[in-house]
Design a protein around this ligand. Structure first.
Ligand SMILES: *Cc1c(COP(=O)(O)O)cnc(C)c1O
Length: 394
């Protein structure tokens, strides 16, 4: 037997975290890391946030799970808070991002079905998108590493070049149901859509009675300095998938929709055994308690600006390594001129800073949203030192 008990689908690195403290992770061997990866944009409140920990512990002792056959005071309350703070009128809770996107896809298809247009089932999606690892969500991207060997994939997706409006128009036909897009591509290389492009998709959707679905699983929930990234674009979706930061480490996701868009999602059409359980709702409430404090997003914006300008200042000194800084708020990417995986490993192993690689040789910098100046100074010091001895080594 050579296969590992843990299915070997991840190329795991040598860091083996066993404890977290705020913005730091502590490995099995006692080594401390500054965590500017945050579980890939998940741990918005860092590790061990007392309000979140207490909410989960209290709820675990009170009521962890009941079936969705029963009334859900916990779910109703959190859904109402999301409705009050977003474009949406209704919310379906899931356990992950991919499930939230699945619900969004189903909601869009069902909208057209309910309108008597079941032939409108095709979503136009974008090159290098990442929407999750279910069969449905891998069908919505063109990335071979996620799709190869899993065919036949789900019909009903047409992938066009990210940002190419003419390609979108050319792809539209009588089967088009709508558009599915990340306002800022995460895995694909920290690429923000232009405001003009998102606005054009909104207009096309309005003119043709189609659904605009935003995947804000990574860029939503405060990451860019507003509750949702689309607020900064002045574009409102019909349907939106969120996850990652929503539970700050507790597995939780949500599909948000307007009443109009959710027209087909009537009793019996969708479900989830665990989705929206009281424990998850308690985590979601605790995250919102912290995030909806008046200064929270202001701080994300301020820290994002500071981190961005500090990163930009590193570029002239290391222009053989660094090309540009991308992203918004605390969803930042440092585009490299060298292999990003090697540099991410160097930062981690030799300088104790955790970051994440992405497409186009971009180092993703996704700190907890609760960082202060000292964490930024420490990270910049580490990146600067890493750039210096990377050059010596190279
Ligand atoms: C992470 C991610 C997903 C998938 O979320 P899971 O919780 O891993 O299923 C979907 N869309 C985007 C944009 C993501 O970043």
């Amino acid at each position: 037997m050579t296969i590992t008990p843990l299915m070997p689908v991840y190329p795991r690195c040598g860091v083996r975290p066993v404890r977290g403290e705020g913005c730091y992770l502590i490995g099995e061997d006692g080594r401390r890391f500054l965590d500017f990866a945050s579980g890939i944009a998940v741990n918005a409140l860092g590790h061990g946030h007392p309000h979140l920990v207490k909410a989960i512990a209290d709820q675990a002792a009170t009521l962890m799970h009941v079936s969705n056959l029963y009334g859900s005071p916990q779910g109703e309350h959190l859904a109402q808070r999301l409705v009050d703070n977003s474009f949406a009128d209704t919310v379906f809770f899931t356990n992950s991002g991919a499930e939230a996107v699945e619900c969004a896809i189903k909601t869009a298809r069902r909208f057209h079905y309910a309108n008597g247009n079941p032939e409108r089932f095709t979503l136009i999606t974008f090159s290098n998108a990442f929407h999750g690892r279910t069969l449905g969500t891998i069908s919505a991207t063109n990335q071979p590493k996620m799709r190869d060997g899993f065919e036949p994939l789900l019909p009903g997706f047409k992938v066009v070049e990210f940002g190419d409006l003419d390609a979108v128009k050319a792809a539209m036909d009588e089967t088009t149901a709508g558009f599915l897009i990340e306002p800022i591509q995460g895995e694909g290389g920290l690429k923000p859509a232009t405001p003009a492009f998102l606005k054009a998709l909104r207009d096309l959707a309005d003119e043709n009675g189609l659904m605009l679905i935003l995947d804000e699983v990574q860029c939503g929930y405060g990451r860019t300095g507003t509750f949702f990234a689309h607020e900064q674009y002045g574009v409102t979706p019909d349907i939106m998938a969120v996850a990652k930061g929503i539970g700050s480490g507790f597995p939780l996701g949500a599909c948000l929709a307007t009443e109009h868009a959710a027209k087909g999602m009537v009793a019996g059409t969708h479900g989830s055994t665990y989705g929206g359980n009281p424990l998850a709702m308690a985590a979601g409430e605790a995250v919102l308690d912290v995030m909806l404090e008046p200064s929270f997003f202001t701080n994300v914006k301020a820290m994002g600006d500071r981190l961005r300008s500090s990163l930009e200042q590193l570029i002239p000194n290391h222009d053989d390594l660094f090309e540009e800084v991308r992203g918004m708020g605390l969803m930042l990417g440092l585009k490299l001129k060298v292999d990003c995986r090697a540099f991410v490993a160097h930062l981690r192993d030799n300088h104790g800073l955790l970051t994440v690689g992405a497409g186009e040789n971009v180092v993703r910098i996704l700190p907890p949203l609760i960082i202060d100046e000292s964490h930024i100074a420490e990270a910049i010091e580490k990146i600067s030192a890493a750039a210096r001895d990377y050059e010596v080594a190279a």
